[in-house]
Write a protein that binds this ligand. Structure first.
Ligand SMILES: [Zn+2]
Length: 412
């Protein structure tokens, strides 16, 4: 049992590393020419920068995956998980306190173990390619705030969850799921007021006349957008992006200030039309509901499996606490769902195509959207030559060349 589980774990780890390697090699082989869709936007000098950046990022990504994957394997399969679990018996308190303490310790350990790589990414890789704008003070401030939030959420959810497990023996799966749904909705609604201000300053769009045009566009789309905001992303990074978020009355479009600096007026409106498409086509709602349905399945599966003797046996332990069993089931779940990664990615790409088509129908902005996408990928040094299999497996957005071809009415 132990050997099979270890084999599956290492198999998935090796598969992800191999895919990154193949993707990198593909870029090094094919990445010498500018794709015709981006001619005139990306110059050969820029292509060399893209290659250097892609190589640097892929290398550090693979190193991190190899190191963290090996450390996790050691912790799970070679004894430390069992030792940590037994040490938690010393915490005292009842079922709720002991298992919550286990989870809190795990959050601290996993955040700290990711810190060196996050630091290297920002201050070496991103800095080398001119993207990093973060000071060390800001970096560690973000880390401390992120850790405090994770600990607060873990404390809240785990103590409530473990209490329900203890006191609602036959039905806790339902109550835990309801707590999860309620908490997710609560966070969605309070995040713009409580969580985001910890990290970013949001401002109204201050581009001359844009606010009015945005409102007109949203009216024409029949979408009630609560707010369109500019985020001061430039304090941390020169990367540019836009996203949509929220449900009901708190719907928002957030544009990075870096994006606003790079784009012309029609390009910004084209990007906004695309984001409006995500609402009009109910992508946010469907995704939220699907997330809740998935959470329901997870709660039922955990309820059915958590007490089974095979759970600790998977990592070679004779016994394990409830919390340690959850960790093992979590790893098992990630292995089982790994082959489904391309399905999630394909679903997301399907939504992106829909939003692109919606933008064109709404605002007739195909040329502006095409040039906005070209600029985005140029400014962010996006890999223009992903391996087709890698893109199919992981990409949440269609490759930019395909989107531009489609916007120009060319076959994809
Ligand atoms: Zn999109």
């Amino acid at each position: 049992m132990w050997a099979v589980f270890l084999g599956a774990y290492l198999g998935v780890l090796v598969a992800t590393l191999a895919m990154s390697f193949v993707n990198l090699r593909h870029q090094r082989r094919e990445g010498r020419s500018v794709p015709p869709e981006l001619e005139g936007v990306v110059e050969p000098e820029r292509l060399a920068r893209i290659e250097a950046y892609t190589v640097d990022r892929a290398r550090v990504g693979m190193l991190e995956r190899a190191v963290s994957g090996s450390v996790t394997a050691l912790v799970l399969f070679a004894g430390p998980l069992g030792a940590y679990d037994r040490a938690m018996d010393g915490v005292g308190g009842g079922f709720v306190v002991r298992n919550t303490a286990f989870m809190l310790g795990l959050v601290v350990l996993s955040s700290l173990s990711g810190l060196p790589f996050a630091y290297y990414r920002s201050f070496v890789v991103e800095a080398r390619h001119g993207f990093n704008r973060m000071t060390k003070r800001l970096f560690f401030g973000d880390f401390a705030k992120g850790m405090a939030l994770s600990l607060a959420f873990t404390l809240l959810l785990c103590s409530a969850g473990f209490w329900l497990v203890r006191h609602q023996a036959g039905t806790w799966w339902l109550w835990v799921w309801l707590v999860f749904v309620g908490f997710s909705l609560f966070v969605t609604f309070v995040s713009p007021y409580v969580i985001e201000p910890l990290f970013f300053r949001m401002q109204p769009l201050d581009v001359e006349g844009l606010e009015r045009e945005v409102k007109e566009l949203a009216d024409r789309a029949g979408v009630h957008v609560g707010r369109v905001q500019k985020m001061d992303a430039s304090r941390r990074s020169a990367h540019s992006n836009a996203y949509f978020t929220g449900l009901g009355r708190v719907k928002r479009v957030v544009l990075f200030d870096t994006l606003l600096e790079q784009m012309t007026h029609p390009e910004i409106l084209a990007v906004l039309s695309h984001e409006l498409g995500h609402w009009k086509k109910h992508h946010v709602l469907v995704r939220t509901v699907a997330g809740f349905a998935l959470g329901f399945c997870v709660a039922v599966a955990v309820y059915c499996l958590v007490d089974a003797p095979f759970v600790p046996a998977l990592v070679g332990l004779p016994n394990a606490s409830f919390a340690a069993r959850l960790v093992v089931l979590g790893v098992l779940g990630s292995l089982v769902t790994f082959p489904l990664t391309p399905l999630g990615a394909a679903w997301s790409r399907h939504d992106e195509w829909q939003a692109d088509r919606f933008a064109v129908e709404l605002a007739g902005c195909a040329p502006a959207l095409a040039s906005a996408l070209a600029k985005l990928s140029r400014e962010n040094l996006a890999n223009l030559h992903p391996h087709p299999f890698y893109a199919k497996f992981y990409y949440s957005h269609p490759p930019v060349t395909e989107r531009i071809r489609s916007l120009r009415g060319l076959p994809v």
